[in-house]
Design a binder for this molecule. Structure first.
Ligand code: IVH
Length: 660
């Protein structure tokens, strides 16, 4: 076996240990080093790249739409049993239809995500389809490839098969995603199912890659039919193939064992790392399944036992608004405290004015609240209007500082425009000090509030002027804790530019965008001086983000903060690789269609490494269009403008490489 393939196998094994079994044997740093070595080998010789290489999870630029393709056999859903009686009735029907033969059920958890079919050929992942209407699904292959627990290549004898299963977002990832979205002024997802769907069915696979989705397999098919005679065996084979298969499953001899399984996981539901909405029971034997057959809509050999939604009725006492660090005003419902499956709930975010209008909710109303994967419950609907009731109105001025509030056209969020609003200040200093940002240990929310109240901090820059006496003089602070905070502040000066950028609190510039901006511009000054068009040259920066960055730097006060941070000694530069001497320097390329062997991402990287630029649209400034199969409107435009069109081999020739 070649050296590169050996390395790939090692990496695949460690990915399996980490993402499927959750039992890593090596550190993240060791894994990263192996991955970098593989990337270097593949970059030095692109002929070595295979589509199932671990480096090929994220590849390909955003697409223009989804293609619908037929399933190998219909992907139907299940009939529901809403209580014990309905489950017993199902069992009775199965027993009647099987005429007294013995049989067993396989009980599995019903994961609350969206179902997906993945097809393999020659041991490699070829195609991933959403369920769609059951007969046709959407081709989400590039997105599915980014799911780390989904194998790109499988071992063993079985080379061609299909696995079906559920794409889910673990609760921890769901909660973090919602917290991030809230900070950025985007609406929260209602539940992990919506966020899984919203993360898989996006045209840009880099978004999926960031969302920590998981895939749990529950069917193994060959030519559209069950691959094994027993469902239980199929689950075991899927495990052997390297898929994640939920270990919470059981072979049940009868309905009582099945019910016991249902009850057991209903009690454990809150402790699972993902949302479930019930249990799926399937007759284990495939020949028996076939004899039971299907109704027009559902199999007669399986059923979903649904758990009750975790909902409760309560009254909205008032609706007020909270101000976040970007100035976003979020309406919050204060609820008469109520227990929702054991958890007391007294507040719920209503997101924004549009959501309030959609729900038609007002203070005084009796509402239905639901908890689903999130710590924060959501208002599902109004059950009864209150009397009296007070309709909500977004205040015209900030409830904290009294400055004016505006809602830009096309946006759902209203914002306080005063950048020194105390509410914004507390939130933004707390964000600055947070672990993933400038990681100032000991500077938590409470201390930030004290510092702001005491008038010691008016902007994040003031942190760098704090003295030991000032800190130690605050309530519940001693010399020890003050020293710890000062040490954290000193250390923050050594952290890299992306952290500083994230810390500035520019709307829409979070961890990831900050990283791309730092890499692209190489310094905070270059970023500050860039116009909107230049900003959009950076990865993943579109018009909205570019405009937001321009607006932020246009404010005198923000520029002052930046200057004071510079004076304090924070990192303002980032290593930007100089490629101006490369063979493609000064040339702009547009990629379109599918290239024979290179992914879009690879082609882009090769061009950029050689000093060239890659742009998303064809204009007079485009030097070359690199076109592959099924190139569309961009190729037409190139022909119209008389821009030279290259094939993959032309491009490689320019780079001085032979065939990839
Ligand atoms: S079996 C014909 N097994 O629940 C059999 N489905 O209402 C179809 N689901 O569309 C599905 N966990 O999205 C099956 N262990 C499991 C499942 C499961 C979740 C979802 C799936 C399906 C829906 C059925």
């Amino acid at each position: 076996m070649s050296k590169v393939e050996q390395l790939r196998q090692q990496i695949r094994r460690h990915e399996y240990l980490y993402y499927v079994l959750d039992q890593p044997e090596i550190s993240d740093a060791e894994y990263d080093a192996m991955m970098r070595e593989l990337q270097a080998m593949e970059q030095a010789d692109p002929a070595l790249v295979t589509p199932d290489s671990p480096t090929q999870r994220v590849g390909g630029a955003p697409r223009e739409g989804f293609v619908k393709l037929p399933h190998s056999s219909p992907m139907l859903s299940l009939d529901n049993a809403l209580n014990e009686g309905e489950l017993r009735a199902f069992d009775q029907r199965v027993r009647d239809l099987l005429g007294g033969e013995s049989f067993r059920y396989v009980a599995e958890l019903k994961l609350d995500g969206l179902s997906m079919a993945v097809q393999y050929r020659d041991h490699s992942l070829q195609l991933a389809l959403t369920r769609g209407d059951g007969s046709e699904g959407e081709d989400v292959t590039p997105n599915a490839r980014t799911i780390r627990s989904l194998p790109l290549r499988v071992p063993g004898e079985r080379a061609a098969f299909e696995a079906r299963g559920e794409v889910v977002m673990p609760n921890a990832a769901f909660q973090k995603l919602n917290a991030d979205r809230e900070q950025e002024g985007l609406p929260r997802y209602a539940n992990p199912r919506n966020s899984s769907a919203g993360s898989l069915r996006v045209l840009d696979p880099t978004i999926t890659a960031n969302r920590q989705l998981d895939f749990y397999a529950y069917f193994l098919l060959a030519d559209g039919q069950p691959a094994r005679g027993s469902h239980w065996e199929a689950l075991e084979e899927l495990t052997a193939l390297g898929f994640k298969v939920n270990p919470a499953r059981a072979l049940c001899e009868d309905i009582d064992e099945l019910l016991a399984f249902c009850r057991r996981y209903e009690a454990e539901r809150d402790r699972l790392p993902f949302e479930i909405d019930g249990v799926v029971a399937k007759v284990d034997s495939v020949p028996q399944q076939q004899r039971l057959g299907w109704t027009a809509k559902f199999p007669r050999w399986a059923i979903a036992f649904k758990y009750a939604a975790r909902q409760a009725e309560t009254v909205v006492e008032k609706i007020d608004v909270q101000v976040g660090r970007t100035g976003a005003l979020t309406p919050v419902a204060h609820l008469k405290p109520v227990a929702v499956s054991g958890v007391m709930v007294s507040r719920s975010t209503l997101h924004n004015e549009d959501e309030i209008a959609r729900l038609g909710v007002a203070a005084g109303d009796t509402v239905l609240v639901e908890r689903s994967g999130d710590v924060i419950p959501k208002v599902v609907k109004v059950i009864r209007e209150g009397d009296p009731r007070t309709p909500f109105q977004m205040p015209a001025t900030c409830p904290v500082c009294g400055s004016s509030v505006s809602r830009p056209e096309g946006e759902v969020v209203s914002r306080c425009l005063n950048s020194s609003c105390p509410a914004r200040l507390i939130e933004s200093v707390a964000h600055f000090a947070a672990r993933p940002v400038l990681d100032i240990a000991g500077l938590g929310d409470e201390l930030v509030k004290q510092l702001v109240k005491a008038g010691l901090v008016h902007s994040v820059a003031d942190l760098y002027d704090l003295t030991l006496e000032q800190l130690a003089g605050l309530e519940r602070m001693g010399t020890k804790s003050a020293e710890r905070v000062l040490a954290g502040i000193a250390r923050s000066k050594t952290l890299p530019l992306p952290r500083v950028l994230n810390g500035l609190g520019i709307p829409f510039v979070g961890e990831r965008t900050a990283q791309f901006l730092a890499e692209h511009f190489g310094s905070l000054d270059a970023l500050r001086d860039a116009d909107e068009a230049q900003l959009q040259q950076a990865t993943e920066v579109g018009p909205k983000v570019a405009q937001s960055i321009r607006r932020w730097f246009a404010e005198e006060r923000n520029r002052e903060v930046v200057e004071r941070l510079r004076a304090a000694g924070l990192t303002f530069t980032h290593q930007k690789v100089d490629r101006s001497g490369g063979p493609l320097a000064g040339m702009t390329f547009v990629l379109t269609g599918t290239l024979p062997t290179l992914s879009r991402e690879q082609a882009k990287e090769m061009i950029e490494t050689a000093g060239g630029k890659v742009s998303g649209s064809v204009s007079k400034k485009t030097s070359y269009v690199v076109a592959g199969e099924e190139a569309g409107s961009k190729l037409e435009k190139a022909n119209e403008l008389g821009i030279k069109v290259l094939s993959q081999s032309d491009l490689l020739a320019m780079l001085g490489k032979l065939e990839a």
